[in-house]
Design a protein around this ligand. Sequence first.
Ligand code: TGC
Ligand code: FAD
Length: 392
Amino acid sequence: MKSDLFEAPDYYHVDDLLTDEHKLVRSAAREWVKREVSPIIEDYAHKAEFPTQLIKGLANIGAFGPYIPIEYGGAGLDQISYGLIMQEIERGDSGVRSTASVQSSLVMYPIWKYGNEAQREKYLPKLANGEWMGCFGLTEPDHGSNPGNMVTNFKDKGDHYLLNGAKMWISNAPFAQVAVVWAKDENDRIHGLLVERGMEGFSTPETHNKWSLRASATGELIFDNVKIPKENLLPNKSGLGAPLGCLDSARYGIAWGAIGAAMDCYDTALRYSKERMQFGKPIGQFQLQQKKLAEMITEITKAQLLTWRLGVLRNEDKATSAQISMAKRNNVDMAIKIAREARQILGAMGITGEYSIMRHSMNLESVITYEGTHDIHLLITGLDITGLNAFK
Ligand code: TGC
Ligand code: FAD
């Protein structure tokens, strides 16, 4: 079994800004990742399989609904604790963090915020303890960055709705018991529907052949005249702003998660640079390698401060969607660049599964695309600062 030697960098003592509760939550997640994720993840990534045995542990560390109130089975934590849990999980693997992000922010969040009391009571406790897994269907084959043009639709048939259409690239789809599906009604208005496995006409084929996020299960959602009970419509918010509101919460978690992946790559490369000898010296003594490592810790430190501040703003309910976009974009870009540089520091060893870097690097290719691509987040910032909309 491989030992996980990870030590988290904290160059600017950002820990001093955390409460004892934050540190406790982080430490539980960190220990769990070392014990349960690190020893098996490479193997599951190779097999392109989601390690379902991790579901119970994810629930136990509070990764399913960290900020959902305790009365619904959530952990009742603040936004910084939520972020720290995502950071630690993604330090292990972006695919495992994806599963937790989707369950918390894309399934539990809309049921909590847009659902009624009966829906909250029916679904949230089971999702919090991992008895049920969920997925979120927004993207369609022809509508990725532009979900407002979706074609999946439902018609009112009196005592039920009839759902037709298809969603693509859906994390957790192959095994989820419930899907939060975004579809248009007869007036072209977007609503969220709770679609359960087993409903006639609903299927979830798995997407194969991914070179990224291999330890996460991705699939399609296909709706062929699916009869949806009327009580399965989320009643309290409609329009594109409803799914985009969920994305705010998930993108915030990704901003923290990306720091985890970057820290793991940096820590691995730093240790390797002190051990690997060439020309009679540790390679870390060469200026070119020091430049790479010094730039990595600088970027990680900037991302830690940006994200901590965003967490404070979210705790105060003051963070804007554009601020979240900036953090998601910056931190994922930072992590992908660090993964590429760290890979080089390890030379040939960097391409093997002996180290986590190549897996992080491949995973981050999905993370930079999903939940809004790198370009889309730049345009959101552009719109926010100029008032001029590049999407219209
Ligand atoms: P636009 O006209 O700007 O907005 C429509 C309505 O939505 C409101 N709004 C938001 N509300 C909450 N949060 C946000 N972030 C919001 N952004 C916009 C807006 O105020 C408006 O409300 P109203 O009341 O006036 O109607 O919409 P648009 O069609 O021009 O599109 C804007 C754009 C391009 C930014 C948006 O469509 C977008 O973000 N596209 C990216 C799509 C995306 O991120 N998809 C992600 C799919 S889920 C996923 O990837 C999960 S990966 C999971 C994992 O494994 O971790
Ligand atoms: P496109 O929208 O076709 O974009 C292609 C390129 O064009 C990109 O570079 C983009 O930046 C650029 N582009 C698009 N529009 C503009 C513009 N206006 N200006 C400039 N450039 C532009 N979706 C879900 O709903 N649920 C999930 O659980 C989910 N999980 C995913 C898991 C994985 C592993 C992956 C890879 C994706 C997942 N997605 C999910 C889908 C993801 O959100 C979309 O892939 C993403 O939103 C981009 O859509 P697209 O792939 O169709 O790219």
